[in-house]
Structures are given as C-alpha cells and as structure tokens.
Design a protein around this ligand. Sequence first.
Ligand code: PLP
Length: 400
Amino acid sequence: MSGISNRQLFLAHVAQTSSAPIGIEMVKAAGIHLWDAEGKKYVDLISGFSVCNIGHSHPKVVKAVQDQAAEYMHLIVYGEFIELPQTAYAKFLTDLLPPSLDCVYFTNSGAEATEGAMKLAKRVTGRTRILACHKAYHGSTQGALSVMGDEYWRNAFRPLLPDVYHYDYNEPDLPTAIDAQTACVIVETVQAESGIIRPSAEWLQTIRKKCDEQGALLILDEIQAGFGRTGSLWAFEQMQVVPDVLLLGKALGGGMPLGAFVAGHSRMQLLTKDPVLGHITTFGGHPVSCAAGKAALEVLLDGHYIETVKAKEQLLLDKLVHPAIVSRRSAGLWMSLQFASDKIAQAVVHQCVRNGLITDWFLFAPDRMRIAPPLIITEAELAEVCQVILRSIDEVTGKA
Ligand code: PLP
C-alpha cells in the first residue's frame, strides 16, 4: 500500500465519529506510558478513559490472557457451559461486594450492562418508568442513549425509550419524583462526563430511601468510578449506600472488553423465565476478558494502589494551581480543570499532547481538561506531570 499513510487508511476505512480524532499512531504501551510510531513517549493521563487503572500491559495480566487463550477462547454463548475464568471472577467480585450483590451478569461493554440492568428493573417491578440525570452518560446504544442526559445527542436518534425522565444531578427534584410508577433510578455514583461531580452522600441516601419506600430499584453506574478511581474500591462505599444493581465496565476487564451488571441472585433469576433467556449475549463474559480482569483486580489489590489515591489527589490539588484554571473538581485520582472557554481548554489539551501527556476534555464539559492517570503512577511521576501541565498552560496563555 505504498504512498498511503496509516493516517489516511485510518481516516478512510475505520469509521469515524469524532470530528477531530487524536490520530496519533501508537505502537506500544506499558505501565503509565504509550509510544508512538516515531518513538515519542507519552504519559497516559486518562488511562484509556479509566480502563487501565493498573497501567498498560501489566505482565500478570498479559500472562493471564496468554494462558487462557492457550486453554480456550470462545466456547458457546453466555451462561451454558461452566467456564472457570468467568465463575472465578464472579466469585472474586461478589466477595468484594455487599452480600446483597451476589450475582454477576457479564456483558461485552458498559452500555450492554446498562441495557441489562434496565431490563432487570422492568422485570423486577413490572413498571416502565426510569429516572435519570442531566449530563449522565451510561452508554451509546439506544436504551442507554435514552437515559443519557443531553438532548442534543438523544434527539437525533428518537424515538427512544418512552417513560424516561431526567433531573439535575445532586438536586432534590430527583428523589422527590420517585413514586409507585418508578421502575428504577439510574445514576452515576460520581458523575463523570459532566466534569466529575461528587454528589452529597445525603442525596444518594435520600434516593435509596425513596426507592425502598416506593419499590423502585436503585442502579448505580460505577463504570468509570469503580475499581479504586475515587479512593475506595467502589465509590458507593464512601456514600453509605448500597445499590440494587451495580454497573461495572472499563477497568473491570483489565484492558480487555468486559462489562457487568451485578444484583441479588433471586432478582437476577427473573431473567430465566417469562421470557426465558431474558438477556442474551454471545461474547459477554468472554473467558479471556474474565481472566484478564481478575488478574488486573488482583494486581490492584495486592499492590495496595487504592490506598495511595487520596495522597495523590492531594498532590494534584496542591500543585495544579494557575491563574488560567478557573475551577477544579476531583474525586480521588480523577480531576477536571476548568478554563475560561472550551477553546482554551482544548488548546491546553493539545499542547499537553505535544508535550507528551495524553489527556482530553469531557463529553458534557468541553471547557474542562481530564486527569485520570493509572493509579500506579508514583508521586514523583505525578509531580513531573503537574509541571508539564502548568508549562503547557503557560505556553497556551502566552506566559511562556
Ligand atoms: N457508563 C459510564 C459512566 C461511562 O463512562 C461509559 C463509557 O464511557 C459507559 C457507561 C458505557 O460504557 P461502554 O463504552 O463500555 O459501552
């Protein structure tokens, strides 16, 4: 294919939905670093959007993938054979969750987990009404899109699911709206794509209480917030609230594709009748993904990385101070920096990339830059990263 660059092939043959893809050809990733085709080294400041919490290609995860691939890969659709990687990971996860969350349905993706959870809520309650939040992101399939909190994206794909209502995150209207028609409330434990909003524990507890009173299910989405990102294994631990259904994805697969909705066993059993096969997936819970995910979670826990998150958050808060930063929000090793306009934020992001830091903005907050490095990053590395960010801001705002 002489004369045609890989960039041209990428733009011509790989379907694009981003109007401005980063478009760097990456050839290797290890730990907190990525390398491009010219040999330039980058620090990954977004962990593949909160996937690579233990960094890239950890040797124990690579070995788990290789070992499992050599034993078997796909055998049959979900839930027919006993596949030990899946069973072992489900047991490992449920041992780390409250006793009421003892049954895992593994999916291909976060969006599929959202779909499965909403279907389960309909089966459990016999109701259809779903309450969600403005600026929420739960996935891009049509059910998940129905609960996405932005009319610009929803409207282009209507008709979507009926009987879905949106409310402001962390505001009293949502708990007030929960009634005897409500099948479920779906909220992110920490709202991600609005630029990281941590709700008050009281707000989530009020939702929990109203759901209990009205017989509605509480679905908490920890697809981005889970696996230590906020300083505890599960973000809901910090809110003293236990969901009826927990959504997991991203870091769940340790770099391989995997999602899950987790609920109580007796509720989950409702998907086995009227209709039987209430949720079907071919590749959900793929044995290689489950082996990788379990190995990654072992590395995360054995390395005690979650215990380091709060100190690293404080380091970011101490060091990332600049007159061009209008505001900051953080939840563990997860921060958004707000600039005076989308244009400045995006210029800073591009400058960071030129200076060797992979970062991005947020879907519903284009004026905010994203910082979510692998949790394994050291404090010394993080301090260096902060210097590069501050230099990049200076270069953009003309103070260099
Ligand atoms: N929920 C949240 C909070 C997310 O951030 C995402 C993805 O960004 C999803 C759900 C959907 O996950 P996936 O892209 O795996 O479908």
